[in-house]
Design a protein around this ligand. Sequence first.
Ligand code: ATP
Length: 246
Amino acid sequence: MTTPAPDTITAPVPAIELRDVRAGYGRIEVLHGVTLSVPQGCVYALLGPNGAGKSTTLLTLGGQVRPTAGCVHIAGAHVNGAAPEKLAKAGACRIPEGRGIFPNLTVAENLRVWTYATNDSPADVEEKAFQRFPVLRERRGQVAGTLSGGEQQMLALSRALVADPEILLLDEISMGLAPLIVGSLYEVVAQLAAGGITILLVEQFARTALAVADYAAVMTQGVIAAVGEPADVEDFVQEAYLGGVA
Ligand code: ATP
């Protein structure tokens, strides 16, 4: 009988893994061989300047963009170009850039839509969301498209509370929001992380993301330029953003 190598016994499966992934839009390749491994139960920030390929990486993880080469794994399952149901089955939930809410439905109706993916009653789902974001209770009957940007993002994040995922993919939750609101949204991110879920967040505001992240990767021009703990990547962040918003 052969004895397995020690690391095959002890190494836990990464929550998210991309191996040499190439992907893009039509003939335009945007990801030129992205390799990334996100350990279970951590907050992992994917940073980089505009156009680096961060959102494309999340779209590739979410199955909306199919890799032309390489492998995408979520919780050990091969999900290259997989349908959202397969992603959900693997325990992942993606909150897209631009918030992913239904603007013509009320807050309550948006929450009810997400109820279909859970075993919870609409009342339980509302309670979960309203406990975390009390302002949404006041806005319960308001059409989501007329909420403030911060309120819309709270509603979008409520989906993560409702779906109760093991892995959460967050795309630029701070986009277009005032720093105070961004701070309170990131408090929620930290609370979700404390509950043990794995969070991969794409963020342009590096400092905000690094404050909650356990690890970070810096992306430039479709490749990963650096990975490490926040202190390890700070210099790369400065360089990547050329003294910009970091
Ligand atoms: P940002 O921080 O500005 O959102 P990003 O790092 O998320 O940037 P991506 O949105 O992934 O970058 O874009 C990477 C490149 O892919 C850019 O050059 C962009 O113009 C291009 N791109 C993105 N979406 C499409 C699309 N649907 N069709 C063609 N090209 C696209």
